[in-house]
Unconditional design. Structure first.
Length: 94
């Protein structure tokens, strides 16, 4: 059974504590965490259920709908953390 992160739960947690790294909310061994760790080039792409990568579905035991949501989770988490890093480093306005 795949480890899934609900997009709604991620957004709620980040709204409650915007200074928290989203990475902390992605369980080790989850597809969302694996994609997050691969970086923006791997998650900033079409991720509708019909865009699902068949190999990833099989490897991770996901349905196309789960794949789509986990890709969105990884993208939201990565964007949040990149923005948070930029603010913390003083790189300018985000």
């Amino acid at each position: 059974m795949p480890v899934l992160v609900r997009l709604e739960d991620l957004r709620t947690a980040l709204a409650e504590d915007p200074d928290r790294l989203a990475e902390e909310l992605l369980p080790e061994g989850s597809f969302a965490r694996a994609k997050y760790e691969q970086g923006i080039a791997y998650v900033d792409r079409p991720h509708r259920p019909e865009d699902a990568d068949r190999e990833e579905l099989e490897r991770w035991g996901l349905t196309p709908e789960q794949w789509s949501e986990q890709m969105e989770v990884a993208l939201v988490a990565l964007r949040h953390d990149l923005k948070l890093d930029a603010i913390r480093e003083g790189i300018g306005r985000v």
